[in-house]
Design a protein around this ligand. Sequence first.
Ligand code: G
Ligand code: G
Ligand code: MN
Ligand code: NA
Length: 249
Amino acid sequence: MSISARVKRGVKSNKFFPLFQPIVNIQTGKIVGCEVLARFEDNEGKIFPDEFIPKVRELGLSWEFTEQLVEKSLLRLSESGIDLKGFKVNINIFPSDVSSGKVLKIIDLPYVNDHPIKIVLEIVEDEQLTGKEFANHLEILVQHGFLIAIDDFGTGYSNLNQVSKLSCHILKIDRSFINAMEGGSIRSSLIPYIVQMANELHIDVVAEGVENIMQHQALKNLGILNGQGWLYGKPMSADDLCPIIKHFK
Ligand code: G
Ligand code: G
Ligand code: MN
Ligand code: NA
């Protein structure tokens, strides 16, 4: 069966499942939330996100796909019985679902309203970040208590000027910037400027792809609030995450 046919069958039969990657406070080392990352496996084997995400988009199944990940991840966290008041759960959202307004269906999904967690909607930088409908729909989500994060910041089309016009609470600095720190490249020398501007806009920063102590120390010295990466934890099952978040407060 083609990849496309397998992905279509996977969405239609609700076979995508979430892994959870910790997001920590770099200054204290404590876990503050997690990012939900989709995974897929059928009788023919695994398909990785780099392959299935474009297919999901091409098939026009982006919202159906996102919906099942939201439902499954919130169900798993609810079942844990852990007091998760204020715990952040980051969900990746397709920009096209923001423009079209489909994303607003999230407001009425099970566990979304009656759950004490804070849902963060991650949106990759995209040309679609502009546009009136896009901004209006984000605004509605913000009014309903969702937080908005710009994902992979620094790789796409938008800049801080555009971001400042959107309702946005969190910037996730793309891991290519963090990666470049060791070489002391021009790319990594931009990090302090991104942080300074984010501070002025009252936007929190998450450093992505933190893999070693040296990067961690440098980011800590820059005063960056949050970090995500293999140093703090790889994407893991809910069973592995729960012991870690048990005492998250
Ligand atoms: O673990 P990683 O290989 O999970 O993910 C690779 C890429 O796939 C990342 O850019 C990530 O944003 C994207 N991705 C993973 N899970 C989801 C998801 O549930 N929804 C969307 N839109 N993208 C996802
Ligand atoms: O949504 P986003 O594009 O940020 O997806 C996160 C991606 O980054 C996922 O593919 C995840 O597995 C990957 N990732 C998370 N932490 C690290 C890390 O420390 N190093 C590398 N190379 N990749 C990471
Ligand atoms: Mn993301
Ligand atoms: Na990212």
